[in-house]
Design a protein around this ligand. Structure first.
Ligand code: 2AM
Length: 177
């Protein structure tokens, strides 16, 4: 009997430094109300969601990602919002930076060329801060931040006893400014 191939749940993301994650996590906890604030170490911005992927594909995925050329991204986090359809409170840029759109296009084009499966839903950048939210409660004032991203990451997601935990497998640096 052949054994099923080992799969890992994967996605590509911009992964903030701890200090920025911490600022966002503090606000998320204050805004959580009846929802569930994201834990500091899980806060990120997804670029492409691959889902269950054969582990043996990771080296080729990494090679594809390394060949993506992109510049540093200046991402103002100047908006917070609530989406009813998936009940999340999120933050992001009021106006999508061109450098971010270009990175997502380049990455997805590369994945397409490599025949790698991912979720083709149009990219709408956001950082999830609270799940299972019931709207924007009387939220604390949002203080706009600016995120300077100099790399993106391949991330795995595992669920242990109902808790999701993410691990950055590899980072891919931007070309120098
Ligand atoms: P979300 O925060 O808006 O739920 C890991 O699940 C990450 O991938 C999350 O940031 C999640 O976005 C994102 N994601 C994008 N498409 C997804 C999908 N089809 N299923 C699960 N997560 C998805």
């Amino acid at each position: 009997m052949s054994e099923a191939a080992e799969t890992v749940r994967l996605f590509f993301a911009l992964w903030p430094a701890n200090a920025l994650q911490e600022k966002l996590a503090i606000w998320a906890r204050q805004a959580a109300d009846r929802g569930r604030a994201m834990r500091r170490e899980n806060i990120h911005l997804t670029l492409a969601f691959l889902g269950a992927t054969e582990a043996s594909l990771i080296p080729s995925l990494t090679a594809h990602a390394l060949s993506v050329r992109f510049g540093p991204i200046r991402l103002p986090l100047d908006r917070v919002g609530y989406w009813k359809h998936n009940r999340i409170i999120w933050c992001g840029a009021g106006e999508e930076p061109q450098a971010l759109v270009a990175l997502v296009d380049a990455l997805r084009t590369r994945l397409d060329a490599g025949g790698i499966h991912y979720d083709h839903k149009p990219f709408v950048s956001h950082i999830t801060l609270v799940r299972n939210a019931h709207g924007l409660p009387a939220v604390p004032a949002w203080i706009p931040l600016v995120w300077q991203a100099h790399d993106f990451a391949l991330v795995s997601s595992t669920r242990v006893e109902g808790r999701v935990s993410y691990a950055v497998l590899q980072r891919f640096p931007a070309a120098a400014d």
